[in-house]
Design a protein. Structure first.
Length: 264
C-alpha cells in the first residue's frame, strides 16, 4: 500500500483542484441537461421518420444516448494531456528524475478529476429523469455494465497515453488527438449505435478498439447484449487493454531513452 500512497495523494489533489471551480460545475450540469433534452427531441424526430435501427426501440435509444452522454463526462477527461505541456516547457526531464512512475502519476491525476466528475453524474441523472425516460437495467446488467465501463476507461487511458507520448518526437499532438477523438466518438458508438453502420462496415467497426470504450458497455446497459455474451464482450475489451497497455509501455521506454540521449 505504501507504494501506492503517492498516487492516492496525487488523485486527492486533482479532486480538490477540480472542486474549486464550482461555478463551472453548475454550468456543466445545466449544459448537460440541455443536451439531454436536445438528444431526446432529435431521436424522437428520427424515429417518427423511421430513420432508426429496427432492433432498438425509441425508449432504449433515448436511454443509450443519455447514458453515452453521461459516460462522456468521464471519458473525455485526459490526464495525459499534461505530457505535451511538460515536454514543451522542458519540465519532463525533471519529472523523469523523480522516484515515481510518470504514467501512473498521469493516471492518478486524471482519476482524481474523474471521481469528481463522476459525482456530477448522480444529480445530472436525477434531473435528466425529469426530462426523459431512462431505462434502469437489472442489478446483474448494471454490475456487468460497470465492469465493462471500467475496462473501457482503462482502454481510453492507454489510447490517450499513446497519443500524448508521440509529443516526445513531434512536440505537438493536438491534430492526432482530434482525429482519434472524432474516430472514437463516431466509430466507438458514442454518437450513434454501431447498428447504424450497414453490412460489412458494421462488422468492421464492431471489432475496432474504439467499440471497447463506448459501445460494449452501452450495449450491455440497454440489453442489446444478452447475459450469455457478457463474458465474451468484456474479454474482448480486456484483450484490447492488454495490447494497448503493452504498446504504451514499450513506447514510453523509447521516449525515456530519447530524453536521455537529447539531454546528453
Amino acid at each position: 500500500m505504501s507504494a501506492l500512497e503517492p498516487y492516492v495523494e496525487f488523485a486527492r489533489k486533482a479532486f480538490a483542484r477540480e472542486s474549486t471551480y464550482r461555478v463551472e460545475v453548475f454550468t456543466n450540469v445545466g449544459s448537460l441537461l440541455l443536451r439531454v433534452y436536445l438528444l431526446r427531441s432529435l431521436w424522437t424526430a428520427l424515429y417518427r421518420q423511421n430513420a432508426a435501427p429496427p432492433n432498438i426501440p425509441l425508449h432504449a435509444m433515448i436511454t443509450y444516448a443519455t447514458v453515452a452522454l453521461l459516460m462522456s463526462l468521464i471519458l473525455e477527461i485526459d490526464g495525459t494531456r499534461a505530457i505535451r505541456e511538460k515536454i514543451r516547457e522542458g519540465g519532463i526531464a525533471t519529472d523523469l528524475m523523480k522516484p515515481i512512475s510518470l504514467p501512473l502519476y498521469f493516471f492518478s491525476d486524471g482519476f482524481g478529476q474523474t471521481i469528481f466528475h463522476a459525482m456530477l453524474i448522480v444529480p445530472s441523472l436525477l434531473l435528466a429523469l425529469l426530462l426523459v425516460h431512462v431505462d434502469v437495467p437489472s442489478p446483474g446488467a448494471f454490475i456487468a455494465f460497470t465492469l465493462s465501463f471500467g475496462v473501457g476507461y482503462l482502454v481510453n487511458f492507454c489510447l490517450n497515453l499513446l497519443m500524448n507520448i508521440v509529443a516526445f518526437w513531434t512536440l505537438e499532438t493536438f491534430a492526432i488527438q482530434l482525429m482519434v477523438r472524432w474516430a472514437s466518438d463516431l466509430l466507438g458508438g458514442q454518437l450513434v449505435p454501431l447498428d447504424f453502420f450497414p453490412g460489412i462496415l458494421g462488422k468492421i467497426v464492431e471489432n475496432l478498439p474504439f467499440a471497447a470504450v463506448y459501445s460494449t458497455p452501452l450495449r450491455i446497459y440497454i440489453g442489446e447484449l444478452p447475459p450469455s455474451e457478457w463474458a465474451a464482450a468484456i474479454g474482448g475489451q480486456l484483450l484490447w487493454l492488454v495490447l494497448f497497455a503493452t504498446i504504451a509501455s514499450v513506447v514510453w521506454r523509447l521516449a525515456e531513452r530519447r530524453v536521455v540521449v537529447q539531454g546528453g
